[in-house]
Design a protein around this ligand. Structure first.
Ligand SMILES: [Ca+2]
Ligand SMILES: [Ca+2]
Ligand SMILES: [Ca+2]
Length: 169
């Protein structure tokens, strides 16, 4: 995992990092009925209702594995996406509200987990001193199709919504 972690940010765009997010400790646990059943983390859309900054937020999506390893989610080149208020980035499907401006988000890096596996989806805003956490979505995989739907906490001065799901890989 250290090796994978050290390569974050340097992976060539287009290289699919299909990394099982199960930690070695998890893999050593007694098998359950669904052990080893792979689930794909699917990104649907990400809507910016209100920005953290004025003008544009520079955002990125990361997936944090159970051992703390950080994986690039989007943009796949490790950069950030300039986002205006009202923008709704669409990966695989739109759950954008009326009045938003839908934009094709392009590719994201597909990751997999297993039934019972835990990971966290984070959306960050790039800043000069200390980036701003826009969304933090802890997920524990139930083993089947599972919706992921999260809003920024109220009262933060910004508002984002991430939609996605888990599905059998
Ligand atoms: Ca900005
Ligand atoms: Ca910024
Ligand atoms: Ca900021």
């Amino acid at each position: 995992m250290n090796n994978i972690l050290s390569r974050v940010g340097t992976l060539a765009a287009g290289l699919t990092l299909v990394a099982a997010l199960a930690s070695p400790a998890q893999a050593a646990e007694p098998p359950t009925a669904a052990a080893g059943f792979l689930l794909k983390i699917v990104f649907g859309s990400l809507q910016a209702f209100d920005l953290e900054e004025s003008g544009e937020d520079e955002i990125r999506v990361r997936i944090i594995g159970p051992n703390g390893a950080e994986y690039i989610g989007w943009p796949t080149n490790g950069d950030e996406a300039d986002t205006k208020a009202g923008t709704c980035w669409v990966w695989e499907y739109s759950v954008c509200t009326a009045g938003s401006t839908e934009r094709a988000a392009g590719a994201y890096k597909s990751q997999t987990t297993v039934a019972g596996g835990s990971f966290t989806i984070e959306v960050w805003e790039d800043d000069h001193i200390g980036d701003d956490l826009l969304l933090r979505i802890p997920v524990t995989a139930t083993g089947g199709y599972q919706e992921i739907d999260a809003y920024s906490p109220a009262g933060k001065g910004f508002s984002y919504r991430f939609r996605g799901h888990l599905e059998p890989a």
